[in-house]
Every structure is written in structure tokens, then in C-alpha cells.
Design a protein around this ligand. Structure first.
Ligand SMILES: Cc1cc2nc3c(=O)[nH]c(=O)nc-3n(C[C@H](O)[C@H](O)[C@H](O)COP(=O)(O)OP(=O)(O)OC[C@H]3O[C@@H](n4cnc5c(N)ncnc54)[C@H](O)[C@@H]3O)c2cc1C
Length: 467
């Protein structure tokens, strides 16, 4: 496709997340306009906060739970993501094995149980989040990536997952793109969901079980008050015994989070629905979630009405944790994404994108959720999922509740739960280090996967950068 015509393909796209732009999206709920009391305050109306609120009520139906969301339910990552549901709690098996090899059998089992519990919750409460248990295909886009497929397959099989290596021909016959050099087929423990519908469904069920949810109610201050806490919002306040902080990449209410988590912007496009002829031209009968195996990778999947959501590749860190609506649009990333899309599917030339957006990922240097207590043990945070938190958010919420209640469980004994990632340095080193790392990762992709001295040093320090 002529590169000059790429911007036209997304020029008329709605500048908002496809998931939040659906005709039956609920209006944001009422803000908090009084002082209320609660046993448990949850800050953040994404999947982590919603699971925490619901599980807290289910565990103890008498517990008074209030959830405060600064904007609207699923405003953050939970309404902007690819909707890949993955049983892994460790941002993939490879990352887990590198960090917690002894714990991996337990972490994988807990991940399986978590995945099953999410499905069970959706079924029990009739949440129609358009979940499809499709499995996943991870494509090699270069020969060196194809060489890594047997290792990926073996690692999955080691932990009891079915997995298969596909040749270039087999990969291309599954999904018709001339760019594939092979694939790893991972048919179980993975699927796709409409993440906003999952969040709305969890919010409805939480309300039905007695959780009080206030939207458009940003917590501007959180402080100790006697044996508990006081959270202030522009219109009111909550006095609570304990709090779960599920604020992801947003400016944190407790300082510790800032050391461990940086907001990294990831961008996505959604196409118009494919007509039957175009739909047939790409194969993809299994409707799997698709990714590729580079350091800089795309993720793509079909929606219920046969659009393609196409995202990833760029992972943009803005100086001093820069966040906010002005970063939701990034023409350079949209152009790159559109270019890669038509390289992957040249037969779809002329297709238009109807939505474009960006979202902040709560990246930490070990790529999986981290926990900590603050304000004298009155508050617990669960943040840092690094782009794989749609399913892991339920586990994160459970651990946060365990920690708040001082429960000694298999989960709280995990080293993954008890330890923290290597912190990011303060600015300007933070920006310089991340920029250097992004460049080194891109270079490794273009040089047959060879990791240069900077990446090898980070590997030794247990630090990384991913989305
Ligand atoms: C572009 C993108 C693609 C992704 N793709 C995938 C994927 O395909 N699969 C996957 O598993 N994961 C993916 N992720 C990650 C996944 O979306 C999250 O890990 C998951 O949804 C859990 O989010 P959360 O609830 O922790 O945070 P969020 O959904 O970001 O929720 C945090 C909420 O806290 C609110 N908040 C913040 N501060 C305050 C305050 N002071 N007062 C009140 N409210 C506040 C925010 O408004 C926000 O709604 C992706 C993320 C992004 C951004």
C-alpha cells in the first residue's frame, strides 16, 4: 500500500476506545457528594478494583464496601486493552521461569484456577462479556523468531498446556498473511473478551451485592485517620477501615508506587466490520488471539462483529511519567500500526479504521503484578501488570484482600507476592534508561534477536522493559 495513503485509513476514526464507544455503554454513575463510612474503600474502577470490591463482599457479605472511580468504570487500561485473557500470572511462562523457577508449578496452577474462576463468575452472574476461549497463535515474523518456537512449545508443555509448532505454510494456512515464518499454537488457557463489558458486568454484580460505586469521584487525598483512613474527593469523602488501591498507571496516592511503576503508552486501531469476502480472504477460522514474537510486538483479534483490533508495537514512555488525554492520540504510532497492518494483510487494502486510541500500561521492571502496604498497613496496592492484567487482575485483587486482612495463604507466601521489582531510577535517568532500552530492543529485533551489552546487563540485574 502506498505509504502516503496510510493516514487516510485512520483519519476519520473515532479518537476513543472502541470498547467504550458501544451504543449500549452505560452512562457514568453519580459522583460522591457526601461523607460516607465503609469497612473497605477500593480506589479505581478498573478490573482490579472491581474484582476486589466483588470478592470482598462475597467473602464477607456484611462488609461495607465503597468503590471510588475518578472518571467512569473501565476508563483506564480496562477499557482500552486488546481483551486477551491469559491464564498466566507471570506475563508468560518464560518470564515466570526466569524469575521464580521454583514457584512456577504453583503459579501456573493458581493461574489456571484464576482463569477457571473468571469463567465461572461470568457464567454464574450471566455476564455477557463476549468471551471466546479461542487459544492463541504467536507468529514468527523473522527466521530467528521461528527458531525460538520449539522452546516456547516445550515450555508450555512442561506446565501441562497443549502446544504445537506450526511451519510457515501451516501458519499461513491458519491466518492468510504472507509475513509469517511459523507459529506457536497455544490452544488452551487463552481467549478473548470484550473487556469493557466484563468491567460493566462486574460493576453491576458488585452493586447488586451491595457495593456502593461512585464514578467521577477522584480521590485527591488519602491519609490516616485514627485507626483507619480518610479519602477526600472533590464532592465528599470516605472514612474507611482499610483500602485497596487499584490505580494502575495513574498518578499514585502513595509514594512507593512511583518507584516501581511507569506509565507506558500503547496504541490500537479497530477496523470497520469485514464484509464476507474480506473475512474469507484472511482465513482465521479459529478466531484466536494473535501476537508476534518480536520484542516489539503486535497483538490482534477479531471482535464479535468481525472487526480487527490491531495494537501494540510502540511502547511510549513520556518524560516524568507523563500521562493524560493529550497522549491518547499519537499520529506517528497510528501510521506505523496502519502500515504494519496492510503489510500483514495486503488483501485488505482499502479497509478503513473506525477507532483509534492510546492507553497507559502500568509497566514494572519484572512485568507482573506487585503488591505493597502503605499508611501503616491500612492500604494495600496491586499494580504493575505490564500489559497482561485482564485475567491476572482477579488474582491481584485476591492477594490484596489477603494482605489487608493479614491472612497467611498460599498466595501471600509466594516470593512473587513478597518481593518487589527492581525500582526505576528517578528522572532524568528514568527517561534516559527507558529510551536506551527501547532502542536496544528494536535493534535486537532487527539483528536476528541478538541482545547487545545493555540488554545483557539489564538481564543480569533482573530488569526489563515490556508492554
Ligand atoms: C492499550 C492496552 C492494551 C492492553 N492489552 C491487554 C491484553 O490484551 N490482555 C491483558 O491481559 N492485559 C492487557 N492490558 C493490561 C490490562 O488492561 C490491565 O492490566 C487490566 O485491565 C487491569 O487494569 P487495572 O484495573 O489494574 O487498571 P485500570 O483499568 O487502569 O484502572 C485504574 C482505574 O483507577 C482510576 N483511578 C486512578 N487514580 C484514581 C484516583 N486517585 N481516584 C479514583 N480513581 C482513580 C482510573 O480512572 C482507572 O479507571 C492492556 C493495557 C493497555 C493500556
Amino acid at each position: 500500500m502506498d505509504p502516503d495513503s496510510l493516514p487516510a485509513s485512520y483519519a476519520d476514526a473515532e479518537p476513543r476506545p472502541f470498547w467504550l464507544d458501544q451504543a449500549d455503554a452505560p452512562e457514568p454513575g453519580a459522583p460522591l457528594e457526601e461523607e460516607v463510612e465503609a469497612d473497605l474503600l477500593v480506589v479505581g474502577g478498573g478490573l482490579t478494583g472491581l474484582w476486589a470490591a466483588l470478592l470482598a463482599r462475597e467473602e464477607e457479605p456484611d462488609r461495607e464496601v465503597v468503590l471510588l472511580e475518578g472518571e467512569r468504570i473501565a476508563f483506564g487500561a480496562s477499557g482500552r486493552n486488546g481483551g486477551f485473557v491469559d491464564a498466566s500470572l507471570t506475563h508468560g511462562i518464560e518470564n515466570g521461569v526466569a524469575r521464580w523457577p521454583d514457584e512456577m508449578p504453583a503459579l501456573e496452577r493458581l493461574g489456571r484456577e484464576n482463569f477457571a474462576a473468571i469463567k465461572e463468575t461470568m457464567a454464574r452472574h450471566r455476564i455477557d462479556a463476549r468471551f471466546e476461549e479461542t487459544g492463541e497463535l504467536a507468529f514468527a515474523m523473522a527466521p530467528h523468531q521461528a527458531a525460538s518456537i520449539p522452546e516456547i512449545v516445550e515450555a508450555a508443555q512442561t506446565y501441562g498446556w497443549p502446544a504445537e509448532a506450526l511451519s510457515a505454510e501451516e501458519a499461513q494456512s491458519e491466518v492468510h498473511s504472507p509475513t509469517y515464518h511459523g507459529a506457536a499454537s497455544l490452544p488452551e488457557g487463552r481467549g478473548v473478551v470484550d473487556p469493557a463489558r466484563l468491567a460493566w458486568g462486574l460493576a453491576d454484580v458488585s452493586r447488586a451485592t451491595g457495593v456502593r460505586i461512585f464514578e467521577r469521584s477522584p480521590v485527591t487525598r488519602l491519609a490516616r485517620a485514627g485507626a483507619g483512613l480518610l479519602a477526600a474527593t472533590p464532592g465528599g469523602g470516605v472514612r474507611a477501615r482499610r483500602a485497596v488501591l487499584a490505580t494502575s498507571a495513574f498518578p499514585p496516592l502513595v509514594r512507593a508506587i512511583r518507584r516501581y511503576v511507569v506509565p507506558v503508552y500503547d496504541y490500537a486501531l479497530v477496523t470497520e466490520p469485514l464484509d464476507p469476502e474480506r473475512r474469507a480472504s484472511i482465513g482465521w477460522a479459529g478466531r484466536q488471539g494473535l501476537t508476534d514474537l518480536g520484542n516489539q510486538f503486535h497483538y490482534y483479534r477479531l471482535t464479535r462483529d468481525d472487526r480487527i483490533l490491531w495494537g501494540g508495537y510502540d511502547a511510549v514512555y513520556n518524560f516524568a511519567n507523563g500521562m493524560g488525554p493529550r497522549h491518547d492520540e499519537r499520529p506517528a504510532s497510528f501510521e506505523l500500526l496502519a502500515g504494519h497492518f496492510f503489510e500483514t494483510f495486503p488483501q485488505l487494502e482499502g479497509l478503513r479504521f473506525t477507532h483509534r486510541w492510546g492507553g497507559a500500561i502500568d509497566t514494572c521492571s519484572r512485568f507482573s503484578v506487585l503488591f505493597g502496604t502503605a499508611l501503616g498497613g491500612r492500604a494495600v496496592y496491586a499494580v504493575g501488570y505490564t500489559g497482561l492484567g485482564v485475567a491476572a487482575s482477579r488474582f491481584g485483587a485476591q492477594v490484596a484482600l489477603d494482605l489487608l486482612d493479614g491472612r497467611d495463604t498460599e498466595r501471600t507466601r509466594l516470593r512473587m507476592v513478597r518481593t518487589k521489582p527492581v525500582p526505576f531510577p528517578p528522572e532524568p535517568l528514568r527517561w534516559a534508561g527507558i529510551t536506551l532500552t527501547r532502542r536496544a530492543l528494536a535493534k535486537a529485533d532487527s539483528r536476528g534477536g541478538r541482545r547487545g551489552p545493555w540488554l545483557r546487563l539489564l538481564d543480569r540485574l533482573g530488569m526489563g522493559f515490556d508492554s
